[in-house]
Write a new protein. Structure first.
Length: 299
């Protein structure tokens, strides 16, 4: 193993709260990049020196070495920046699938999301920009809000508002001039999700992939009866499991994501590189609210 991030889902798995639970004893970590050091005589798709990602969740990436079947790994270009390679398999994959799988989007169409500063949210901004989509990005109020707004706009976010700003009359006037979003991406829940629904186009779709507020998604009856809004959920872990029988869809997606990363159109989120021996400090930092950096264990 070369590097592996600490994601919220990893911590949830350790806590026993995640959808996937590996048999015990187990190694933590679902995402990361490694380098092939040895291959068996019947291995045909990998060679010494290749950079590889786990093909499924539950691999256990928080370790220095692993021995596994070649089907458990997918090759990625070793020319990728290390942090991009270590973080490309989960959050950018989530963003890619949600932008492609739930409604037909064309250049000029609008998407709206909350939690836009999350790793998935940052990937949504960049992938949406590469597809010619307009993104409306909602974030929670916090210290140094203006710096975060500038950062997300520099990534390609067309509009960035706090949850409070989204309710202001002047911001509503700005949004009225845009094509209403056909797709909403929700990782917060509660009132934040309800605000997304209020801004969604008739016959639009809201995809929920997280619940950071720990509050339920409350759906106004009018959104269903009069606007025919579709409400769906998504888990990239579940998607990977469903497509694990051949892996071709995952490989195609990974090829596109790596191409974006190599061209500089998809960058890794802000990361703190932590030596593997300091994993306790990294876990503590990952659990803090308003974390500005993703903790990445470097082996």
């Amino acid at each position: 193993m070369l590097a592996a991030p600490i994601n919220p889902g990893d911590i949830n798995m350790v806590q026993g709260k995640y959808v996937v639970q590996p048999p015990l004893p187990a190694v933590g970590g679902n995402e990361g990049v490694g380098q092939v050091e040895e291959v068996g005589s019947k291995v045909t798709t990998l060679k010494l020196g290749d950079w590889v990602l786990p093909s499924d969740s539950g691999f256990g990436t928080w370790r220095t070495r692993a021995v596994c079947p070649e089907a458990a790994l997918l090759r990625v270009p070793s020319e990728l920046p290390l942090l991009s390679a270590a973080t490309i398999g989960m959050n950018p994959a989530s963003a890619y699938r949600m932008l492609h799988d739930f409604t037909m989007l064309s250049p000029g169409d609008t998407v709206i999301q909350n939690g836009a500063n999350s790793a998935v949210g940052q990937a949504v901004i960049q992938i949406a920009a590469s597809l010619g989509l307009v993104s409306i990005n909602i974030i929670r109020d916090r210290p140094e809000l203006s710096k975060l707004v500038a950062k997300l706009k520099a990534m390609g976010g067309d509009f960035v508002f706090s949850e409070v700003e989204l309710r202001r009359p002047d911001v509503r006037e700005v949004l009225k001039k845009l094509c209403k979003p056909r797709l909403a991406l929700n990782c917060v829940g509660g009132k934040s999700a309800t605000e997304l629904l209020r801004n969604l186009e008739r016959h639009g779709t809201m995809v929920t992939y997280g619940g950071m507020s720990m509050q339920p998604v409350i759906i106004p009856t009018s959104a269903l009866i009069f606007n025919d809004i579709k409400i769906v959920g998504f888990s990239v872990t579940r998607w990977k499991r469903h497509h694990s029988h051949d892996g071709s869809a995952y490989k195609r997606m990974l090829t596109e994501l790596c191409s974006l990363a190599r061209s500089g159109k998809l960058t890794a989120p802000a990361c703190a590189e932590v030596p593997f021996r300091d994993f306790r400090a990294a876990l503590e930092a990952a659990a803090k609210p308003f974390a500005s950096e993703k903790q990445v264990l470097v082996m």
